[in-house]
Design a protein around this ligand. Structure first.
Ligand code: 5GP
Length: 179
């Protein structure tokens, strides 16, 4: 199903995102100064967020990618999290920051944090562009949040609808009409 352009509602504009990422970059650069920052970006949804965020950092950073199971073509999570592609590198003593596009139920992030914790990092935290706290099914408070948003299905800036719209440079809402 295609999204009818007439019902696109911009939630985070390009300007909003740029400004917020600059702030997050400054905060992270301060918090991780003199630490061994290792960003683990969750594919596919966070590829654009990660690319823009790491370019706001003024400290050394290692960047790697993990793939977890996703929503696929639907709007609801299956609830089962699966690691499709793991980090091979030894993470001992690194300060891991898991970066994702959005925290919805929290199942994905909780699963990934618990999985990476077993690899003996010095610390492990997470950063999400968008947080939907109303949807939470597990206890999880992301350490760094770009925007806290209401319970709406969002698309763009890396977030998909079907196989499309990840390239749209802002975040928009799919209204009830489309659900
Ligand atoms: P969670 O495990 O927190 O329920 O969901 C995490 C993943 O579900 C996100 O990384 C994202 O891929 C997908 N997701 C959750 N909410 C949305 C949404 O509103 N829009 C889109 N496009 N994906 C979402």
């Amino acid at each position: 199903m295609d999204i009818d352009k007439k019902v696109w509602e911009v939630l985070c504009s390009q300007e909003d995102i740029k400004k917020r990422l600059r702030e997050l970059g400054q905060e992270l650069s301060k918090d991780y100064d003199s630490k061994k920052l290792y960003v683990v970006s969750l594919l596919k949804g966070s590829f654009i967020f990660t690319a823009d965020l790491v370019r706001e950092l003024v400290i050394p950073v290692k960047i790697n990618f993990m793939t977890t199971s996703s929503y696929g073509y639907g709007m609801e999570s299956s609830g089962a999290v699966e690691i499709v592609s793991d980090i091979d590198e030894d993470l001992t003593d690194y300060d891991i920051l898991v970066v994702d596009d959005i925290t919805d139920s929290g199942l994905t992030m909780k699963y990934v944090l618990e999985h990476l914790q077993k690899k003996n990092p010095a610390s492990i935290k997470c950063c999400v562009l968008l947080d939907k706290p109303e949807r939470r099914q597990v206890e999880l408070n992301p350490d760094y949040v770009g925007f806290t948003i209401p319970d709406k299905f969002v698309v763009g800036y890396g977030l998909n609808y079907g196989s499309y719209y990840r390239n749209i440079p802002y975040v928009f809402v799919v209204t009830e009409k489309d659900r």
